[in-house]
Ligand binder design. Structure first.
Ligand code: NAD
Length: 448
């Protein structure tokens, strides 16, 4: 990867919101050679980043943060006026969580940062939305910007949806599968091309489109992925009722190149800060614009996904002999997926909570997500390590497929548990190996 932007017109970048997406974007862009100012309202986050500490777990990012800070091209502030002064291109990367009590996206942060930034925009600049928003949001934000910025219509808005995956965020930012630019003018396209010059020079395809399409691409992509996961999990339900084996079924399907094996892994289903809230917000928005029927299937996708959590609890209960009251259960995993410390809408934590609600004595261990998990589910017991969590357990349940759990030695784990009973919520273990070590092995979609 060549590491400098084009020399003629290298825009200065701001990144508004330095969470999982924004911090990664800011750091990678500085490493690629841009001058970058990151802005966040969270003082502790800004202090940590300026100090060289990434406030979340993301492989490879801490080293890049140090490199970017050392280059002198990256700093972080809480001061939006500094961003207005500094930036030629402002990336909006604030959160768009699910609204409390509704399936709609909560747009207060996106609208707030846009409204607060506008008064500091005194010259021609491009504001670029990266947050995932309901289609139609950008049109409102454009009015908000142009009505409130001293530079008026010299301020343009574009949309550049982000597809990075936690755990692979650096690679996905440096070498994304594609860039999508939703633009309203040739100048906006030219400016975005300048803001991504080193990435584009590396051969990454660029899709140029209008702004509503760019807003839609992200939710359309996430809906597709969620559907694929729920599809195989629906097949798991059918397998359970018919004595078939979903793992073999998935394997057989995956050889069909029209289907492919990715996102076709049966198990506990999806979670995190994106897929669940994105499909719900999509349904909500589609209903608002009168095409609810077109995406009504996403309600089923969501329902299938939620059922996996309850079904995992069923398996643990069955393993425990029919009741969870007073049963010691070891939960391996809390993060919504491996290589992340993100516990937003994490299936693992949800299952741990449901087990506890049924009276189980739950002990949770996750390699990276312990602090976040404690904050969200403070009443669960958190262990020091796998063997501590499994001590005297009557059932072990694997909920997040960290490599550390995949490679567990069933014989060693057998030395600490009370009963050799495992529920593999992620189809991450080799059943033959575990049964050979005298464990009772259960997995969703497989005969017991
Ligand atoms: P996050 O919660 O980790 O980060 C959001 C940040 O915005 C927080 O640090 C918060 O303090 C900050 N913020 C809120 N209001 C602000 C304001 N007015 N000014 C400055 N900062 C402000 O969220 P995230 O996971 O980084 O997601 C951000 C957006 O990106 C969401 O729309 C999400 O759907 C989308 N997205 C996320 C990912 C991902 O993998 N996390 C991938 C693609 C898209």
């Amino acid at each position: 990867m060549s590491s400098t932007p084009s020399t003629s017109s290298t825009p200065r970048l701001t990144v508004l919101g330095t969470g999982y997406l924004g911090a990664t974007h800011a750091i990678c862009m500085a490493v690629l050679g841009y001058d970058v100012l990151g802005v966040d309202t969270d003082r502790a986050k800004v202090a940590a980043l300026n100090d060289g500490r990434v406030p979340f777990f993301e492989p490879g990012l801490p080293a890049l943060l140090r490199k970017a800070l050392d280059s002198g091209r990256l700093s972080f502030t809480t001061d939006l006026s500094a961003a207005g002064e500094f930036g030629d291109v402002h990336f909006i990367c604030v959160g768009t969580p699910q609204q409390a009590g509704s399936h709609a996206a909560d747009l207060r942060y996106v609208e707030g940062v846009t409204r607060d930034l506008a008064p500091y925009l005194r010259r021609r600049c491009l504001v670029v939305g990266k947050s995932t928003v309901p289609v139609g949001t950008a049109a409102r934000l454009t009015r908000l910007l142009q009505d409130n910025a001293p530079a008026g219509t010299e301020v343009e808005l574009a949309w550049n949806p982000e597809f990075l995956r936690e755990g692979y965020a650096v690679e996905d930012t440096m070498r994304p599968d594609r860039l999508v630019f939703g633009i309203g003018s040739a100048w906006a396209e030219q400016t975005l091309r300048a803001a991504f010059a080193p990435v584009i020079r590396n051969g990454v395809p660029v899709v140029i489109t209008d702004i509503p399409t760019a807003e839609l691409v992200k939710v359309a992509a996430n809906s597709f992925l969620a559907t694929k996961i729920s599809y195989i999990n629906a097949m798991a339900e059918v397998c359970e009722a018919t004595g078939a084996d979903v793992q073999d079924l998935a394997s057989a399907l995956s050889y069909d190149t029209r289907i492919g094996g990715r996102f076709l892994h049966p198990g506990l289903g999806f979670g995190g800060g994106c897929l669940p809230k994105d499909i719900r917000a999509f349904v909500h928005r589609a209903e608002e614009v009168g095409v609810g029927r077109s995406v009504a299937f996403l309600r089923q996708v969501d329902a299938i996904n939620q059922r996996r959590r309850a079904r995992t609890v069923d398996l643990v209960r069955e393993q425990a002999g029919g009741s969870l009251e007073g049963v010691r259960v070891c939960c391996l995993g809390a993060a919504f997926k491996p290589d992340s410390d993100d516990v937003r809408d994490a299936p693992a934590l949800d299952v741990a909570r449901m087990l506890q609600e049924e009276g189980a004595i739950v002990s949770v261990y996750d390699p990276e997500a312990m602090d976040n998990a404690r904050r969200v589910q403070p009443t669960l017991h958190y262990a020091e390590g796998v063997f501590d969590a499994a001590a005297d357990a009557q059932v072990v349940v694997l909920l997040t497929e960290w490599d550390q759990f995949r490679s567990l030695d069933p014989r060693r784990l057998a030395e600490v548990v009370a009963t050799r009973s495992i529920v593999d919520g992620r189809h991450a273990l080799d059943p033959a190996e575990w049964t050979a070590a005298a464990w009772t092995y259960r997995a969703l979609g497989r005969a017991g």
